[in-house]
Design a binder for this molecule. Structure first.
Ligand code: ADE
Ligand code: ZN
Length: 315
């Protein structure tokens, strides 16, 4: 990666902590927790990271998260991510975590949260990386389950800056989660949501109008709807775009087709993020480098993308 790209101060606004679980740590945690894995070794697991769509990735992502059991495991996961950030001049992070992925396996909410929170605090003190944590609801589960998760979170209200919506997009439109998002907003939490990754532009409209989100996660399919594009530009609604993720999950066939720089040049507030770096082949720095290599992103464009990420912070 060119040094000028690495040196740019940046914020990462779209990162699933569970998606930063590198195969090496996954195997180490499996051993620590005496969990038998279906993969022979790290290389075999890495070789399985070939996906045709979002769901194929999610199946492996949830299987991988099964090795996370103790507070120390969540600490180690988060700390490893923050060290990567430090190396790439990421100075602020607003990561997601999926409580339901863990509470549904019998891991107490507070075990997950305490491990993550302690690492984020250490990251602030020892690495100088500021943060705001976002609790994400799994949209393939009913809204009632999201309500239960929000209830579990409320004793720790100050640990979060907002709520998000992730997992399988198609067939699970934002409108299904209107009530739980209203409740979260009434508690003073910001709202963000994945929309327009695999799902149609209508899902982005719903996220804006019904969930009242402050940012759209992904949002790349907005370019199919000119009226929506104009709204994103007029209202300067940030999109947290994840280029390598979009290629790995076949949202675009190859990086040369990605629309992030076209959106940037039209005045959309796009940002660069890694989504699930352990699975998609790179952290924020590698995502910037891919745009430079395959789309000819200039230094001036990289500076604007990095500035957008700092401007779009919610914490
Ligand atoms: N969970 C983790 N990564 C995701 C993505 N890219 N889209 C939806 N849900 C996710
Ligand atoms: Zn995501």
């Amino acid at each position: 990666m060119p040094e000028w790209l690495n040196a740019l101060p940046k914020a990462e606004l779209h990162l699933h902590l569970e998606g930063s679980l590198e195969p090496e740590l996954l195997f180490a945690l499996a051993e620590r927790n005496q969990i038998a894995l279906p993969w022979a070794d790290v290389e075999t697991l890495r070789a399985a990271y070939a996906f045709n769509n979002l769901q194929e990735f999610l199946d492996l992502y949830y299987a991988g998260a099964n090795v996370l059991r103790s507070e120390q495991d969540f600490y180690d996961l988060t700390w490893a991510y923050l060290q990567r950030c430090k190396a790439q001049n990421v100075i602020h992070v607003e990561p997601f975590f999926d409580p339901q992925t863990h509470t549904d396996r019998g891991i107490p909410f507070e075990v997950v949260l305490r491990g993550i929170q302690q690492a984020l605090r250490d990251g602030e003190q020892q690495l100088g990386i500021s943060h705001g944590l976002i609790l994400s609801f799994l949209r393939h589960l009913p809204e009632e389950e999201a309500f239960k998760t929000l209830e579990q979170a409320m004793p720790f209200r100050d640990a979060f800056i907002g709520v998000g919506l992730d997992s399988s997009e198609k067939g699970f439109p934002p409108r299904l989660f209107q009530r739980v998002f209203a409740k979260a907003r009434s508690e003073g939490l910001h709202a963000v949501a994945h929309a327009g990754e695999e799902g149609p532009p209508e899902y982005i409209w719903e996220a804006l109008d019904l969930l009242k989100v402050k940012r759209i996660d992904h949002g790349v399919r907005a370019s199919e709807d000119e009226r929506l594009m104009q709204r994103l530009i007029d209202e300067q609604i940030p999109l947290t775009v994840c280029p390598l993720s979009n290629i790995k999950l076949c949202v675009f066939e190859h990086m040369g087709q990605h629309n992030i720089l076209e959106m940037l040049e039209r005045g959309v507030k796009v940002t660069v993020n890694s989504d699930d770096p352990a699975y998609f082949g790179g952290y924020v720095g590698e995502n910037f480098a891919a745009l430079h290599q395959h789309l000819g992103m200039t230094e001036a464009q990289a500076q604007r993308l990095a500035q957008n990420s700092l401007d779009a912070r919610l914490a």
